[in-house]
Each structure stands twice: as structure tokens, then as C-alpha cells.
Design a protein around this ligand. Structure first.
Ligand SMILES: Nc1nc2c(ncn2[C@@H]2O[C@H](COP(=O)(O)OP(=O)(O)O)[C@@H](O)[C@H]2O)c(=O)[nH]1
Ligand SMILES: [Mg+2]
Length: 255
């Protein structure tokens, strides 16, 4: 039996409780039934990235400073990197239009294109909410399984002109090298000794006091890695010197 609700006095807005609860399809003042009215609220917060322009998604581990220290210690860790490899490989396989990603430290940048042919489409129609929520949740789920505890990733997605895509990856690679030098420095020197020291200073200190030449470290430690066409590249170039390593994945028009 249908319940009967008394209309409530809502002042000027003559919306009765039964309009909201009992008969959801009945039209009210704005001419929309409840379903469409709710969808309208969702729609005003919707962001669709423009088509036929490269998209970057970057996921980044939340509070990984603490998380990595507990499990992997404070130094560079191959075990940690292997977990990031698993995350990167899974996401590249999942993300439509992604043929390269670059991972350094606890972050991974994915390049998406949707203009290989006139018929190509963007991942989830480039609906921003889907791009960021699915990439972050998938990354967190893979890492958490391997780690044995729940971790979070944040994610951002944005469009970028073709001409600047390589520069974006160069920017992240410069950050990688800076992170790697600082991490190497922290392995041998105290916080006090490293205070106000530039990356060049730290390299010099490592060499003078510990005979460590940062350049001799493996590439994966100095610069991170890429997943290209489904395979992991542990020996990536310096992007400023080999722009085509990135650009061959940007200028991909086939028609
Ligand atoms: N032990 C260890 N920690 C790492 C390694 N790579 C990245 N990290 C940690 O991940 C953090 C990433 O930095 P950031 O995203 O700015 O910090 P967050 O806000 O704590 O996630 C670094 O500060 C490191 O503590 C690694 O190879 N070994
Ligand atoms: Mg982080």
C-alpha cells in the first residue's frame, strides 16, 4: 500500500515531501523528474578533456615517504621499484591509447593519445572523473596487493599540446635525477651535512668522501624506467638527448 505523507510547509518552495520520496517521477517546478534532476547535479561537475590532444595521467603514491621507509628502509630499493613496475605494466595494459609510461620514485606518468586514426577514441571518452578515479584505484589496488596493506595513490589528468609532451617528460626526468642524488646523499650523510647543499655539491661530497661516482649507478636508479609497448625498459635514455624516444609516441597520426 502506498504511504501517504502530509505536504510540509516549505515556505516559498512548494515542494512536498511526497514529491521527493513517494512519487519520484512526478514533475516539480523545474520541470525535471527526480532522476534527471539528480543527473543534472552530476553533470555540472563533469569535465571532459578535449579530444585529439595528448592527455597525461600522473598517479603518485600518497605519503609514500612514510610507507617506503617502514618496509623498504630509507635507501633506494629494487623491491620497491619492482612493485612500481607491476603497477605501471598493469595500467599501461588497461589504459586505452597508452603506449608509453614513465615511472620515477613513487609516481608514474602515462601518455594517452586518441588521434592515431580518425576512428580512434579516448579512454572513457576522456571523462576526467573516470580517468583519475580508475587510474588511482587500479594503481592502489595492485600496489596494496603486493605490499600487503592498503595504500592510496592520487591521480591527475590534463591535456597538453603535442609540442610540449616531450618537455613534460624531461621535466619529470630532471625531478627523478634530483630525487636520486638526494636519496644517495641521505644514504651517506646526515640531514645537517646535507643542509643547503645543491645536487652538484652532493655528488662532489659522495665522490670526495666515499669515492662514489653517482654516474656509475644503474640507469633505473638514476632516472627510473619506462613501459613501452608492453615491455619494461630499464635502460632509458636522457630525454633531452633523445627526444624521439618520447616523440614517436606523440606524433602517431596514421591517416
Ligand atoms: N626507501 C625508498 N623510498 C623511496 C624510493 N623511491 C621513492 N621513495 C619514497 O617515496 C617518496 C616520494 O616522494 P613524494 O611523492 O614527494 O612524497 P609523499 O608525499 O610522501 O608520497 C620519497 O620521498 C621517498 O621517501 C625507493 O627506491 N626507496
Ligand atoms: Mg607521493
Amino acid at each position: 500500500m502506498e504511504k501517504k505523507f502530509k505536504k510540509q510547509n516549505t515556505g516559498n518552495a512548494s515542494v512536498g515531501v511526497e514529491t521527493l520520496v513517494i512519487k519520484p517521477t512526478r514533475k516539480n517546478g523545474d520541470g525535471l523528474d527526480i532522476g534527471n534532476r539528480m543527473k543534472e547535479y552530476e553533470r555540472v561537475s563533469e569535465i571532459i578533456l578535449p579530444r585529439r590532444i595528448p592527455v597525461i595521467i600522473r598517479v603518485d603514491g600518497r605519503a609514500f615517504h612514510t610507507i617506503t621507509r617502514k618496509r623498504f628502509g630509507k635507501n633506494w630499493s629494487l623491491e620497491f621499484v619492482e612493485q612500481m613496475v607491476a603497477v605501471a605494466k598493469t595500467l599501461v595494459a588497461e589504459i586505452q591509447g597508452c603506449s608509453i609510461c614513465y615511472c620515477q620514485s613513487d609516481e608514474i606518468s602515462f601518455l594517452l593519445t586518441d588521434y592515431r586514426t580518425i576512428h580512434s577514441g579516448g579512454w572513457f571518452g576522456y571523462d576526467m572523473r573516470k580517468l583519475i578515479s580508475i587510474s588511482a584505484s587500479l594503481a592502489a589496488s595492485i600496489f596494496s596487493q603486493l605490499y600487503g596493506k592498503n595504500v592510496c595513490f592520487d591521480s591527475r589528468a590534463f591535456s597538453m599540446p603535442q609540442d610540449d609532451v616531450c618537455n613534460y617528460f624531461i621535466w619529470r626526468q630532471i625531478d627523478a635525477t634530483r630525487n636520486a642524488i638526494q636519496m644517495a646523499g641521505r644514504e651517506y650523510f646526515s640531514h645537517k651535512q646535507l643542509f643547503n647543499k645543491s645536487c652538484n655539491d652532493i655528488q662532489e661530497m659522495l665522490f670526495q668522501e666515499h669515492q662514489i661516482n653517482f654516474n656509475d649507478y644503474p640507469v633505473i636508479r638514476k632516472r627510473g624506467f619506462c613501459v613501452v609497448g608492453g615491455s619494461v625498459d630499464y635502460d632509458i635514455p636522457i630525454f633531452t638527448k633523445e627526444r624521439n624516444y618520447i616523440e614517436q609516441h606523440v606524433y602517431v597520426r596514421e591517416d
